[in-house]
Design a protein around this ligand. Sequence first.
Ligand SMILES: CC(C)(COP(=O)(O)OP(=O)(O)OC[C@H]1O[C@@H](n2cnc3c(N)ncnc32)[C@H](O)[C@@H]1OP(=O)(O)O)[C@@H](O)C(=O)NCCC(=O)NCCS
Length: 165
Amino acid sequence: MIDTLFSWKAEYEVLAMESRDCADVADLHGQRFPQAWSDGEFVSLLSQSATFGFVARPSNSLVFKPGLSGFVLAREVAGEAEILTIAVQEKAGRCGLGWRLMQAAIRQAALQGGESMFLEVEEGNAPAIGLYRKLGFAVVGKRPSYYADARGQRSAALVMRRDLR
Ligand SMILES: CC(C)(COP(=O)(O)OP(=O)(O)OC[C@H]1O[C@@H](n2cnc3c(N)ncnc32)[C@H](O)[C@@H]1OP(=O)(O)O)[C@@H](O)C(=O)NCCC(=O)NCCS
C-alpha cells in the first residue's frame, strides 16, 4: 500500500469540451490570465459551430471532484484555424498537458478542413513560445503594444503559424 502511494503519478484524460465544463474552464482561465473571461463567454464561444475545445482532467486523482487541469479553445473558419486560448493549471505544468491539448486542437482543426493554424502570444511568454515552437509554429508577425498587464504596462504580441497539412 505504502509502495503504491509513493509510486503514484498523476494521469490525465483529454476530452472534448462541453458547455457543462465552462464554469471550470472560466475558473482556470481566471487563475492563469490577468483578464478573466466569464463562463457565459465560454458557453457562447463554444456554441458557435466553428469553435471547439478540449479539457484535461485527472483520471486517477486521490481527491474527490478534482478541478480541471487544462483546456484549449480554438476555431476553424474557411481553412484558417486559430487558438483562442489555452491554459494548464500551474501545479500540472511541464508534464505534457499543453502539448496534448494542442495536439488535440490541431487534429480537430485539420478534420474540420483547416489548412493552417494561427495564434497570438505575448512576446515574453517563454513557456508558451517554447510549446508552440516545439509543435512547429513559426513567428510570422508582431503586433506592438498589443497586451496590457494589470499595471497598464504594454507588450507586443507575436503572431505564430503552422501548416495543418
Ligand atoms: C503555456 C502552457 C499552456 C504550457 O503548458 P504545459 O502543460 O506546462 O506544457 P508542456 O508540459 O506540454 O510542455 C511542452 C513544451 O513547452 C515548453 N515549455 C513548457 N513550460 C515551459 C517553461 N516553464 N519554460 C520553458 N519552456 C516551457 C517546452 O518546450 C516543453 O517541452 P519540454 O518539456 O520537452 O522541454 C502553460 O505554461 C500555461 O498554461 N501558461 C499560462 C497561460 C498561457 O500563457 N497560455 C498561453 C497563452 S498564448
